[in-house]
Design a binder for this molecule. Sequence first.
Ligand code: NI
Ligand code: MG
Length: 458
Amino acid sequence: MSQTVVIDPVTRIEGHAKISIFLDDVGEVSNARFHVVEYRGFEKFCEGRPMWEMAGITARICGICPVSHLLAAAKTGDKILGVNIPIAAEKLRRLMNLAQITQSHALSFFHLSSPDFLLGWDSDPAKRNVFGLMEADKELARGGIRLRQFGQTIIELLGAKKIHAAWTVPGGVRSPLTEEKIAWIRDRLPESMETIENALALFKKLLLDELKDEIEIFGKFPSLFMGLVADNGDWEHYGGAIRVKDSEGNIVADKLSEDNYQDFIGEAVEPWSYLKFPYYKPLGYEKGMYRVGPLARLNICDRFGTPKADAELAEFRDRAGGMATSSFFYHYARLIEILACLEKIGDLIDDPDLLSSRIRAKAGVNNLEAVGVSEAPRGTLFHHYNVDENGLIEKVNLIIATGNNNLAMNKTVTQIAQNYIHNGDVSEGFFNRVEAGIRNFDPCLSCSTHAIGQMPWW
Ligand code: NI
Ligand code: MG
């Protein structure tokens, strides 16, 4: 008789989700689904608000990656004003995003995922968390917590708040840095660098032995990879244009503008999840499955442009055999991105522009429709607004980083289930492993959840 195995809730992720696994008559996995069960509705209730408020409002979507919404909203606002923002404002926005990627990735690795790697997949669930990690390896846990704090504090130094700082505005940012604040960043940077270098060394050692099987089973399959790259092909998180690569490393599309995202991204809806299913339109649903985020960004870029991260990128590609198609390598990519962010923060704080008071271009409403894009920790984020002559919002569409990975997350869950469940035998060890498959992607569900059963209405 066919049966369904349900995991509810999925633990150590941001937001609320459950997993259903469907077994056929002989107890083999026929299909699996990752359901997002929470609903937010920001696209609807932003209607009627002044577009100047959108950064502050949409930052409230998320407590982990509010900076991503600040940036995408501000970039959309820049285009509605029709201004080029001052160079100092761009550098300050970049600094905040580098700090956010650092703190968010540190949370994912040290707090949420490393207990599995270091304490074991089958260790006592009551201790398989950051507190258990503190008992087992106090230095690593402490380093991880302080690394996250480093990123959070830079965000606070810039925006006056760790979370939901409405510091970016259409046209620029509200305030520059001071010598004193830069000195704090400079002071704490070496410790952060040491923490991430130690974590990388440890993780690479585990990859050779303890985590070898996970590389093959935890979501390894071909897909497209999408994200921003700089004009010269460098790793990018704020500017540049969109590149799409396939699993063989071929560039499928390059220099795509976010302005035309509806030409290359479709948003499908399934009745069993509040999370939409974006896909690469030229290949259709579901063949157009793509992955975004750290794994994709490392796969699509030519180089980081900083020495330590570039050396790690070369080794990463060596271990992956070229393009990394295992979703388990998201963890590895995340650590390398933290290293790159710290190097780039180190370069940026020497830039005198960070102290400039020319940080905001002022203008009225000059365009009634605009799309802004940025790389959130979890991948490419789009904000799309229509406004009236007074800048009041008429329509909003958001395509959120985690949503882009929805097809790949479902495929990962199915692959892990098919490897661990046979003859209807569901062992205890399976549950943590299938949840861990989702944790590869570090989903941010309160960010990405949308309406059920209907397409975007334009
Ligand atoms: Ni988020
Ligand atoms: Mg949307």
